[in-house]
Write a protein that binds this ligand. Structure first.
Ligand SMILES: NC(=O)c1ccc[n+]([C@@H]2O[C@H](COP(=O)([O-])OP(=O)(O)OC[C@H]3O[C@@H](n4cnc5c(N)ncnc54)[C@H](OP(=O)(O)O)[C@@H]3O)[C@@H](O)[C@H]2O)c1
Length: 269
């Protein structure tokens, strides 16, 4: 597989590109799309309680015919229905039809009630009970991680955050902090320059690099995520696009390419 496995701080490994189910809705559609992603070579499915399609994700994984150990499953505690984290993980496992997830994340620091140390100790218990092989967080900023690390027995394995060129400058200190503390950064919505901000300053360098490398702009953005040392969490309804996402790992961006994207991204703010 072109995207390497990333070593987590607890000894487990994680495929460095994930197929996300956030926008897929319910019913047969997401089942087929998860199956399609696995059929082209994705080995990591990213879902969440809040996406309300864990059952479809689980069904798609089952229908892929892959064995449980061949698929890395991430889900998240989203506080849906006001349920506590202990009840939520049990529901997620039931929805997904599995006995454990590979990674369980707190979806946002605002869900850390009554406080970060208390919810993190519950996450540690979920790991100790074998319901999640690894535990982590999402959308945590440096101050949240500092609070967490002050009381943690188990370090978070990953922090899943918004990361694309237009927010790189503001997220860079968080990336540095995570690297220093051996926390893997997972980047979601990396394609925002294409999906939500087309016509912005990032287009020029991304298009120039894409045409030089005979690649697609979305491939350049995913290669940029990889160059930042982050795991890419993306999605597509299209088989050809999913295949192109996977081959994006082979694009060789130069330091100048990366700098040109960073500089253009910083110009938006
Ligand atoms: N932890 C969190 O708080 C959080 C928040 C947001 C997302 N996530 C995770 O990250 C996953 C991905 O999020 P995202 O959908 O925002 O990611 P994204 O990777 O930025 O965008 C994926 C979308 O880009 C579209 N796309 C690809 N190439 C394009 C092009 N050249 N022009 C126009 N559109 C293009 C695809 O559309 P097609 O389907 O048409 O190919 C697809 O819907 C989610 O499913 C979820 O698992 C997590």
């Amino acid at each position: 597989m072109p995207w390497d496995l990333v070593k987590l701080n607890d000894g487990h490994t994680m495929p460095s590109i994930a197929f996300g189910t956030w926008t897929l809705g319910n019913g047969q559609g997401p089942i087929d799309q998860v199956e399609q992603a696995l059929s082209v070579g994705f080995e990591h499915v990213d879902t969440a309680q809040a996406y309300r399609n864990e059952a479809e994700a689980g069904q798609g994984i089952k229908e892929s015919g892959l064995s449980r150990s061949d698929v890395f499953i991430t889900t998240k505690y989203s506080g849906t229905g006001g349920l506590d984290v202990e009840t939520s993980i049990d529901n997620s496992l039931k929805n997904l039809g599995v006995s454990y997830v590979d990674l369980y994340l707190i979806h946002s620091p605002r869900l850390a009630t009554p406080d970060i140390p208390t919810i993190w100790s519950k996450m540690e218990k979920i790991k100790a009970d074998g319901k999640a092989k690894s535990i982590g967080v999402s959308n945590f900023q440096v101050q949240h991680l500092e609070t967490l690390l002050n009381s943690a027995k188990v370090k978070p394995a990953a922090n899943q955050i918004l990361l694309h060129p237009y927010v790189y400058k503001s997220q860079a200190p968080l990336l540095e902090y995570c690297a220093k503390n051996n926390i893997v950064v997972e980047a979601y919505s990396a394609l925002i320059p294409l999906t939500h901000q087309p016509g912005g300053p990032v287009d020029k360098p991304v298009n120039a690099i894409a045409s030089r490398l005979s690649a697609k702009p979305e491939q350049v953005l995913l290669a940029w995520v990889k160059a930042k040392g982050a795991v890419a969490v993306t999605t597509s309804s299209r088989k050809d696009r999913l295949q192109s996402y996977l081959s994006a790992a082979d694009l060789e961006l130069t330091n100048e390419d990366i700098e040109s994207i960073d500089k253009a991204g910083a110009r938006s703010s």
